[in-house]
Design a protein around this ligand. Structure first.
Ligand code: EPU
Length: 426
């Protein structure tokens, strides 16, 4: 699915970090807003502070595939969407088959075209645990969900408000059902909603468009359906995961880094865990200073929905644990099988042990460069961080997976004094 040549990251460790870095706009808010902008029949949506990452490019391609006119002005990090004429209700297999966020386009297609087809996701997906909350919610709102051999077809039927619930506070599920309810006549209540800051930013965006949503951030959201939503301008919030990754880069390499556009409040428990490890923070408005000049202490981490420790930062903190004096305990509770990093860190000299449903990181261990595999986005960025503290050269591939979620990683780390390049694989 890469749009360009295959790449890899080459990291030469040992340099402490010093300087200023700009935090990107939030991936997990921007993707939802691109999909939500298709709910507006008139006008042009302007989204600012959109991260220049591969997942945003995929979302743009998907919007274009259904007929929206979308321009991504990458240098300005600004996206302009004209969705006045949607021409296709089909989310094509070449994108939808590998980009899970495709399901976020269903509400707009249902309301605008009366149906949506997601191709290439395979027959077994309908009942799978990953997207069942979404489909069950659409069905409770009155849609007819039809699972076929290689695609899912959803017909609007008579959409109307309903009482919905989520078995667990799904991040995307919450946003998707709020979008679907925004134009459904009547009142929808959604129980057990996600509390992530990105959900609140998506609610703020939809509210500007004219949606009537209350209860964001409480776990219990009420949506009064409205007749139409209009195109608006919005600035995407800062990416708390990107900010925390750069904070952890400073912790990994040592030194002092200034993050522009980071909110410590959006870190949730991550802030307290990093402080316990010995990382120091100082805030000056939207400027966050991060310093690490002492031996790191070990940590216990259990991932959980916001404000708990973010699953997306579980890999980076596992890498950080390798430098701590003592044994760190890490347990993932959101996703199965998010421990692929352990084996890769061990190739670099770490002592990471998968023990049942938890991971023990025995530190400190000197890390050395190695050729390692980015199994997914967060494993990839964690390996780049590990490379910052390793002796010699670390090669992380494929680079594409890191570029899915973090913009200009090599140049931003280089600005801080690190030796990181992204190069094309011959
Ligand atoms: N789940 C279901 N059924 C559903 C939906 C979710 O069983 O219908 C389960 C999932 O299998 C998982 C758990 O519920 O075990 C939580 O999933 P959730 O729906 O909250 O995750 P998501 O919305 O699909 C978003 C982010 C992820 C981030 C999680 C948790 C986006 C596009 N993705 O995923 O981001 O890890 O929330 O905060 O917003 C990443 O950026 O690297 C990433 C994976």
């Amino acid at each position: 699915m890469t749009s360009g040549p295959e790449t890899r990251y080459r990291v030469r460790g040992g340099n402490p970090l010093q300087g200023t870095v700009f935090v990107q706009g939030a991936k997990n808010a921007a993707l939802k807003m691109i999909a939500a902008s298709l709910l507006a029949e008139k006008g042009r949506t302007v989204l600012r502070n959109v991260p220049v990452i591969e997942d945003v490019r995929r979302a743009v391609e998907l919007a274009q595939a259904v007929g929206a006119v979308v321009k991504f002005h990458e240098a300005e990090r600004t996206l302009v969407v004209d969705a006045s004429e949607l021409t296709s209700s089909v989310l094509p297999a070449d994108i939808a088959g590998r980009f899970r966020a495709s399901v976020l386009f269903v509400p707009a297609l249902l309301h605008r075209l009366g149906e949506a087809t997601i191709e290439g996701i395979g027959g077994c997906n309908l009942g799978s645990r990953l997207l069942d909350f979404h489909y069950r919610g659409f069905a409770r709102l009155g849609a007819i969900v039809d699972e076929q051999e290689t695609q899912i077809h959803i017909k609007a039927g008579h959409l109307r408000g309903a009482h919905l619930y989520l078995d667990t506070p799904s991040h995307t599920g919450t946003e998707n059902l709020i979008m679907a309810a925004s134009l459904a006549p009547g009142t929808t209540v959604i129980d057990n909603c996600a509390l992530e800051p990105e959900v609140l930013d998506v609610i703020a965006f939809l509210t500007k468009m004219g949606a009537r949503i209350s209860g964001g951030g409480t776990g219990f959201v009420t949506v009064q359906g409205v007749g139409e939503l209009t195109a608006v301008e919005h600035t995407v919030m800062a990416d708390r995961i990107d900010a925390a990754v750069f904070a952890m880069a400073a912790a990994m390499a040592g030194g002092e880094v200034t993050l522009v556009g980071a909110s410590l409040e959006d870190f949730g428990v991550v802030r307290w865990k990093l402080e316990q490890m010995g990382v120091e923070f100082a805030t000056h408005g939207a400027i966050l200073q991060v310093r690490r000049d002492r031996q790191l202490r070990p940590i216990n981490v259990i991932t959980s929905p916001f404000p708990g420790f973010a699953t997306d930062l579980q890999s980076p903190i596992m890498a950080l644990g390798c430098l701590a004096e003592g044994t760190s305990y890490i347990r993932e509770t959101i996703f199965d099988g998010r421990y692929m990093l352990a084996g890769e860190l061990n190739k670099m000299g770490a002592k990471v042990e998968v023990a049942g449903n938890a991971v023990l990181v025995h530190g400190p261990t000197p890390l050395h460069g190695a050729e390692v595999i980015a199994h997914e986005l967060r494993t990839g960025i964690a390996l780049v961080l590990a490379g910052l503290a390793a002796e010699g050269e670390t090669v992380v591939a494929p680079g594409y997976l890191i570029d899915r979620g973090h913009a200009s990683v090599a140049s931003r780390l280089t600005t801080l004094g690190a030796d990181v390049v992204e190069e094309i694989v011959d």
